[in-house]
Design a protein around this ligand. Structure first.
Ligand SMILES: [Zn+2]
Length: 377
């Protein structure tokens, strides 16, 4: 077993289910302890600190001699749950695959980042390489939020598994709550009531039209268009009452350039159009949560440098791509650090069978270390 596969297997064996995703999950404390001790032994300047109570981050620095640019390598330590998996924490190597929960998302890449940081130290670079092993990516990303508030770098690689492609964009999201206001009345006296659920029908139709309009006009070269869909709906008490209130939760996925206030305006426009046709229509919208989309200039040094090392190691120019999921990259880039996502091939993030390609992990060590060598030279 290669060094990186061995290290990844050790990380997989330590359960670190995000307790906000699955009640009873252990969180990152044990795996963070392991990562911190490993980094300390490897001679990195290591800090273990809580991003929030019992949710630690590890930051380990291969300190440069001074005057060079710095590179951040970011990997999350938490995993999703394991329902339906056989032996999720018994890592197994079969051919080129390492099986187990978190092998692919993303303890394999975490191991590769750890080894690449040690390799950077061995090369005695001028700039710092800053490994950030973070908590809570699978839920609220408090780990990376805290890291980027106190650590700076000139560039970053978020090591999510990307099938050995260089990811330069992903979507963001806005979680919305829309409420229609009616008037309660007994079902036998309809002239006294206003049916809030029926009124929501107009909002739903408006959302469907908005979604069709967005998706018929893809404008972003890597992630196409945004979208919107209904998520949850609630209202009414019983058969014989006209409902006074209906609440819809909906999600708008956004592309780079689309803002939260623009999304709110879209919903207000749907409401406003209906108000002008129906004096009894009354509705409001509020934003419950949002995360920014991510993109990086394709000619930024971090893109060209990572791309160059991928080409060197794989023997072919990698594609620049966008991905549909959200990741911590948006927070890192949002802090003003030019960022790409790059990581190994595999399968089964959040699924019953999860594996990562261990040959890719070896290649990732070489690519991360190569990029660090060039950026921090
Ligand atoms: Zn992940």
């Amino acid at each position: 077993m290669s060094g990186v596969a061995e290290l990844a297997a050790q990380l997989v064996a330590i359960e670190s289910i995000n307790p906000d995703v699955v009640a009873g999950g252990s969180g990152e404390a044990a795996v963070a302890q392991f990562v911190a001790e490993w980094c300390e032994r490897a001679g990195l300047e290591t800090t273990l600190s809580e991003a929030s109570p019992s949710r630690p981050n590890v930051v380990a620095v291969a300190r440069g001699s001074g005057g060079g640019r710095s590179l951040m390598l970011n990997a999350h330590m938490d995993t999703v749950g394991v329902t339906g998996m056989a032996d999720p924490f018994a890592p197994k190597i079969d051919g080129d695959r390492l099986y187990g929960r978190g092998s692919y998302d993303m303890k394999g890449s975490l191991a590769a980042c750890m080894l690449a940081t040690v390799e950077a130290k061995r090369r005695a670079l001028r700039g710092d390489v800053i490994l950030t092993a973070v908590a809570d990516e699978e839920f609220a990303s408090v780990g990376t939020e805290v890291v980027v508030a106190s650590w700076r770098a000139d560039a970053a690689v978020v090591a999510e598994p990307t099938e050995m492609q260089v990811v330069v964009a992903h979507r963001g999201f806005v979680h919305l709550e829309i409420e229609t206001h009616g008037r309660a009345a007994h079902g036998s006296r309809p002239h006294l009531g206003i049916d809030a659920i029926a009124k929501m029908g107009h909002v739903l139709t408006g959302l469907e039209e908005l979604d069709a309009a967005l998706r018929s006009n893809p404008t972003h070269p890597y992630v196409g268009s945004g979208s919107v869909h209904a998520s949850l709906i609630e209202g009414g008490q019983e058969f014989s009452s006209i409902p006074a209130r209906c609440v819809l939760q909906a999600e708008r996925r956004t592309i780079p350039g689309e803002s939260v206030s623009q999304v709110e305006d879209e919903i207000r426009a749907i409401i406003g159009r209906r108000v002008s046709e129906d004096p009894e229509f009354s509705a409001g919208v509020r934003v419950l949560a949002s995360r920014e989309p991510f993109e990086v200039e394709v000619n930024a040094p971090i893109v060209e440098i990572v791309r160059g090392h991928v080409a060197r190691v794989l023997g072919a120019e990698p594609d620049l791509v966008g991905v549909s999921y959200w990741a911590d990259s948006a927070l890192v880039a949002g802090a003003g650090i030019p960022t790409v996502l790059f990581g190994p091939r595999g399968e089964g993030a959040h699924a019953d069978v999860e594996w990562v390609d261990v040959r890719d992990l070896e290649r990732c060590v070489e690519i991360y270390a190569g990029a660090a060598g060039e950026i921090c030279a």
